[in-house]
Write a protein that binds this ligand. Structure first.
Ligand code: R1P
Length: 295
């Protein structure tokens, strides 16, 4: 539970000025952000910063680490898993950061096509795969489908291209792939994993997703909410640029799984590429007022 008294039921903030779930206040988070799922991955990434100036684990498990890389403030935020946690993170961080933000997600995914475990994917676009609750009720109509597939949402082209350039400086072109990434509301049913315990009707989901869509190359659980909210962030001076790089952990058609050595190597390549991308990204410098107390 929160350690401080809260105010404002519409957008709760505690007596220290911190947001309810991520527990950050103005000055804690940089405009340039790497977001990951796993707190251990965030800690590993933070070892590549030149200096760490702020670190906080919230009562809901959001870990924020802010530091300096090549003279530029950067935050690394571990959010856990799923659409809801991406929503908490983006809305609460957007509320306390001044000026534009660039956010790159570094996650893991399952491949639906050529990329093999150990390869790297940049999400040019994303789409959502959401369980249709009504389909699974007795009163479902014959036109209901078990999963609702959304239209695509694009990455920020400038940030995404810079990220690709930086990856291709570090790794051969045959292990980096670009395409459309599906973000599902379950690791299991809406990613086509079969589980006889539940009524899921997902036996043909993967084939249905990739049929006529060769660009749909991977599945994970957060990138679409990031791209969607970035595209919906319209307040003046509060734009969000988003991109996403994914380490292929599993091959969903061939059944392969990444080795610890491949995972380590993949993480090292992605870490350096993302940090360089965020430093080189042109944000509106006059609006960057972050971590003034440390400058
Ligand atoms: C599932 O194991 C988790 O791994 C993937 C999925 O999106 C989901 O969050 O991403 P992360 O490695 O970033 O957590």
């Amino acid at each position: 539970m929160p350690s401080q008294e809260l105010h404002n039921a519409n957008f709760p903030v505690d007596t220290l000025g911190r947001t309810y779930h991520v527990e950050v206040k103005p000055g804690d988070v940089a405009n340039r952000i790497i977001t990951v799922g796993d707190p251990a991955r965030a800690k590993q990434l933070s070892k590549s910063l030149d200096e760490v100036v702020f670190e906080h684990m919230s009562h809901r498990g959001f870990l924020t680490i802010t530091g300096i890389y090549r003279g530029v403030p950067i935050s690394i935020i571990a959010i856990g898993m799923g659409f809801a946690n991406m929503d908490f993170f983006i809305r609460e961080v957007r509320a306390i950061v001044d000026g534009p933000m660039s956010v790159i997600r570094l996650g893991s995914c399952g491949s639906l096509s050529k990329p093999k475990p150990g390869d790297i994917i940049v999400a040019d676009s994303t789409y959502g795969i959401v369980r249709n609750f009504d389909y699974f009720t007795d009163s479902s109509s014959p036109s209901d489908k078990p999963y609702i597939i959304s239209k695509d949402c694009s990455a920020n082209p400038g940030l995404n291209n810079l990220l690709k350039d930086n990856l291709l400086k570090k790794v051969s072109a045959d292990s980096v792939f670009f395409g459309s990434v599906g973000s599902a509301d379950s690791f299991y049913s809406s990613q086509g994993r079969l589980d006889p315990t539940f009524h899921d009707d997902n036996q043909t989901l993967i084939q249905d997703l990739i049929k006529d869509h060769p660009d749909r190359i991977a599945l994970e659980m957060e990138a679409h909410m990031l791209y969607h909210l970035a595209n919906c962030s319209k307040a003046p001076g509060k734009a969000i640029k988003a991109s996403c790089v994914l380490m292929v952990y599993m091959d969903r058609t061939g059944n392969g799984v990444i080795t610890p050595q491949q995972a380590k190597q993949s993480l090292e390549i992605c870490t350096k590429s993302i940090l360089d991308t965020l430093v080189e990204d042109l944000l509106d410098q006059q609006k960057v007022r972050t971590i003034l107390m440390f400058e």
